[in-house]
Design a protein. Structure first.
Length: 585
């Protein structure tokens, strides 16, 4: 039988054909694998290595050390102490995740549900708790091992500490678990926090591979923030204010101590306050600084600004005679003094010494339209001090175009105008500083807030408000306020020193009724030594329930704080005689 042939004459099923077909298949396969090999080795040589290690790389934050917040002498108000972060490797913790989450909830007060999710995550690294004190973290790790829990470890993570507790807490603020929440901690966070670094390394079997992939970016520590505060003076002022609040049955109070020449604040003492190490233990209302955030009418302390402006204009002098009636009718409303009296004859010095509303209004009649408004603006009323404290109020000075005669009358003796404490302290300090207003500061040198504002003593401004002569004559009148024979605040005296001061008692506007509701703000502002001032101190107490006024409640607190400040800084008495200006005629 003849053999069958293909169209080209090749025998089907012959050994030669099968051999050729086999070579062809092998060649095609080799070309495919070769092309892939060229891609991997020639075009993308690192891809296999990256794929192999990606799942075994661990990224770890290297925390920057937060800058300290210091007092003027370098004493810490806030610093960082040894701490740790507790971390987990879910590849090792997932087996006993529920029991471990319960354990960590009890020991570290972390949320159970979120912790359980982390312990079961599809990763090799999870944060469980940040900024845990080293002693606690070490104990937790030891107990975890004793319970046969695997996969927990720790890394360095500094903890914020406030060694002075409640001292200056209302200014310093505090931080939460992950972010600053109040005070300087929040305002200057960018500068204080620095920048965290990172470390990336390769692990195998839960352990770091010594020669594996590793990269490190070092952290940049935060900058220290130096304040003008004096820790010891701040501590003492807070205790004095607390005692004044408690003794008078008041709602709250504060005291401000200002360096007369530099404008630096040596103390801003608030009460009630809180422990910055445990802020959640106190009401939210106590976490801010009332000295900067509360708005209130200053009352008769404002008279110092009124009379110094009149003297600067040359329309009146400390010896100007003023006939003061028992009541003054102004349009449809009467003006009364805080004390009952008949017709009395006072000098301007006597008006200040006795704190007569009627006498002040009669003197203020010598202002021309707009003059008092212009002076009060130069004293800084109605404007934020912008010292670097969040939530500072600007007070309220009504626009001059809206003033009526009645409004000017009230503003002249400290009503119908609102201030914050530091604002008013700086205004009174203008008299102590020879008529030149220096803007207050609470940061030593210079610092930049997170919103880009430069603050500090390097940026303090100076502006003449009244002449040196007007300031001196006002000081002489203020000395008579403390005189036990004629003044209303003998309790503000500091033995051995000349003291100039002024009381204040003002009705408060109730939040609910929008009217004067029978509560008061009592205060005392002054400086010493009167003829060569070193410190200006302003004490304010809100709503004392014992019926006391500025002289009996705030005056003694002023005396204690001023006495301490003068001794602490070694300020000697000037040895000169106090003012004997006549108060009556």
């Amino acid at each position: 039988m003849p053999a069958t042939t293909s169209p080209r004459g090749t025998r089907r099923g012959s050994p030669q054909l099968r051999l050729r077909l086999g070579f062809l298949v092998i060649a095609i396969a080799l070309s495919v694998f070769g092309a892939r090999l060229v891609q991997l080795q020639g075009l993308d040589p690192n891809s296999y290595a990256q794929m192999a290690t990606a799942e075994n790389l661990r990224d770890v934050v290297l925390p920057a050390e937060r800058g300290d917040i210091l007092d003027r002498n370098g004493e810490p108000l806030a610093d960082s102490v040894d701490g740790m972060m507790v971390i987990a490797d879910p590849a090792l913790t997932s087996e006993k995740a529920a029991a471990l989450a319960s354990f960590l909830y009890k020991k570290l007060d972390v949320d159970y549900a979120s912790t359980l999710k982390k312990l079961r995550a599809d990763s090799r690294f999870e944060y469980i708790a940040r900024r845990v004190p080293s002693t606690i973290a070490t104990e937790v790790l030891a107990e975890a091992k004793a319970h046969k829990f695997k996969g927990l470890s720790t890394l360095r993570d500094p903890v914020r500490d406030y060694p002075a507790g409640d001292v200056a807490a209302n200014l310093v603020g505090f931080i939460g678990t992950d972010e600053p929440l109040a005070g300087f901690e929040r305002t200057f966070d960018k500068s204080l926090s620095g920048k965290d670094g990172s470390s990336t390394y390769e692990v195998g079997g839960g352990n770091r591979i010594p020669l594996g992939e590793s990269t490190v970016t070092k952290p940049r520590d935060g900058k220290d923030l130096k304040t003008t505060l004096d820790l010891d003076l701040q501590w003492y002022a807070q205790r004095v204010v607390r005692q004044a609040v408690e003794d008078s049955g008041a709602e709250s109070g504060f005291a401000i101590v200002m360096d007369t020449r530099s404008g630096g604040l040596l103390a801003v003492a608030d009460d009630p306050t809180y422990d910055a190490n445990d802020p959640t233990a106190s009401p939210k209302a106590d976490l801010g600084s009332r000295a900067l955030q509360d708005v209130y009418e200053p009352g008769s302390v404002e008279k110092v600004l009124t009379v110094s402006s009149l003297i600067d204009l040359g329309v009146i002098s400390p010896r100007t005679k003023i006939a003061v009636p028992p009541q003054l009718r102004r349009e449809d409303r009467p003006i009364n003094d805080w004390f009952p009296h008949g017709d009395i004859r006072l000098t301007l010095a006597g008006v200040i010494a006795k704190s007569s509303n009627i006498g002040t209004v009669l003197a203020a009649d010598k202002f021309k339209q707009g003059q008092l408004d212009a002076y009060l603006k130069k004293f800084g009323l109605g404007q934020r001090t912008n010292i670097g404290v969040r939530g500072e109020t600007q007070g309220l000075l009504p626009d001059g175009s809206t003033w009526t005669h009645q409004m000017q009358d009230r503003i002249a003796f400290g009503q119908s105008v609102s201030v914050n404490g530091v604002q008013m302290a700086a205004a009174v300090n203008t008299i102590a500083n020879g008529g030149v207003r220096i803007s207050p500061s609470v940061i030593q040198g210079s610092a930049t807030t997170d919103d880009g504002q430069s603050v500090g003593t390097d940026h303090a401004t100076r502006e003449r408000v009244v002449s040196a002569k007007a300031a001196h004559q006002t000081m002489l009148m203020m000395e008579r306020v403390i005189d036990p024979e004629v003044g209303v605040a003998p309790g503000a005296a500091v033995p051995g020193y000349r003291v100039a001061g002024k009381t204040g008692t003002a009705q408060r506007v109730g939040a609910e009724c929008g009217c004067y509701d029978g509560t008061d703000t009592v205060s005392f502002a002054g400086f010493a030594p009167a003829d060569d001032p070193k410190f200006t101190i302003y004490v304010v107490v809100q709503n004392p329930s014992n019926g006391g006024g500025g002289g009996s409640v705030a005056g003694p607190a002023f005396s204690k704080i001023m006495s301490y400040a003068l001794r602490r800084y070694g300020v000697p008495p000037t040895g000169t005689q106090p003012s004997r200006l006549p108060v009556e005629w």
